[in-house]
Design a protein around this ligand. Structure first.
Ligand code: DP6
Length: 325
């Protein structure tokens, strides 16, 4: 008897040029391309096991059974895998994160990347990196970027098949570190999926989209040339532009806390004084401060001294999603 089981592991990623808004919400076809780096050392590990005896799909995250919406989103990916393969039975999905839930690291990217890889392999499919990135994208847009290695670009693409992420440089290309300053462990009120759906209500979204090819080009080249000063300016600009859209959406989304803005000021003054660091923020209050690797210890120490910062997670550049058993 063949065992329809596989385990995969994937890192979360931090976006430097952000994904915000879809041209097709069901297919998660983004309104713009995006660029990110995978976060080494943080991961989700997921085992998918198709079993004929199961009456339903089952989802267990960090030892707890998850019903409802979370399960539905996972079953949607399992259904696609069942359509593509000869395996038609239900599955048990067991997932563990090695980073604290609600620590401000988006877990959906790592989760759906690991799920796409584990479930396709468990069903006996050997998907190309592009096909796997597409499958992950259908679960969570940013998950498409956690499939390839290192520094990654998710191309808008013309449609479902080619809206996928590719590696633009391997992890060893550039020694960057992400020091994530945790300012709020509270669960955010509005998730990304709802946020994407209202992005177009902001009068600023069109201007943001029109300018995105320019920012993508600057960011891609800054990474390829390891030009930290240019990189710092473009990632801060891109984060600020996305949050401007969020703040001016209907209803408005304000993810920043007072401490978030306090860190922006600190980061800019540290950079002006010679510490190579720059900030970027996803759909939450925590600040990802990216620095040249050699300065991570000093940066971490300074962030920990800021009132309102409860913890700092430190991650280098991570590799591709992979099968681990
Ligand atoms: C602000 O990928 O979490 O982190 O596709 O609805 O799961 P869904 O959205 P998600 O959106 C990420 C938004 C972001 C920016 C980014 O990672 O590019």
């Amino acid at each position: 008897m063949t065992m329809h089981t596989a385990t995969a592991q994937a890192n979360p990623n931090i976006a430097f040029i952000k994904y915000w808004g879809n041209r097709d919400n069901d297919l998660r076809l983004p309104s713009n391309g995006s660029i990110s780096m995978n976060l080494d050392g943080l991961f989700t590990r997921t085992t998918v096991s198709f079993q004929s005896s199961l009456p339903f799909d089952e989802l267990i995250i960090n030892g707890h059974e998850v019903p409802g919406k979370g399960l539905k989103r996972v079953s949607y990916i399992l259904d696609l895998v069942r359509e593509m393969s000869d395996v038609k039975v239900n599955a048990e999905v067991m997932s563990e994160n090695n980073f604290p839930a609600g620590a401000g690291i988006a877990s959906s990217a790592a989760a759906f990347a690991a799920l796409a890889l584990a479930s396709s392999r468990a069903a006996g499919l050997t998907l190309s990196e592009a096909q796997c990135s597409r499958l992950a994208r259908l679960g969570s847009g940013s998950a498409s970027r956690s499939i390839p290695s290192g520094f990654v670009e998710w191309k808008m693409g013309a449609g479902d098949d080619d809206s996928v992420a590719v590696s633009i440089a391997p992890p060893e290309h550039w020694d960057l570190t992400d020091c994530v300053a945790i300012v709020s462990a509270a669960h955010k009120k509005t998730g990304s999926t709802e946020g994407h759906a209202i992005a177009a209500t902001s009068p600023l979204q069109n201007a943001r989209l029109e300018d995105t090819p320019r920012r993508l080009g600057i960011c891609r080249n800054a990474i390829l040339n390891k030009d930290f000063e240019t990189f710092a300016h473009i990632i801060e600009l891109d984060s600020d532009i996305m949050h401007s859209v969020m703040l001016t959406s209907n209803p408005p989304l304000m993810y920043w806390q007072a401490a978030t803005v306090g860190i922006f000021h600190q980061v800019r003054s540290w950079r002006a004084d010679g510490l190579p660091c720059a900030y970027t923020v996803d759909a939450g209050a925590n600040v990802h401060v990216i620095c040249l690797g050699g300065h991570a210890k000093e940066l971490e120490k300074r962030l920990r001294e800021i009132p309102g910062v409860s913890n700092v997670l430190v991650a280098g550049v991570g590799g591709a999603a992979k099968i681990v058993s």
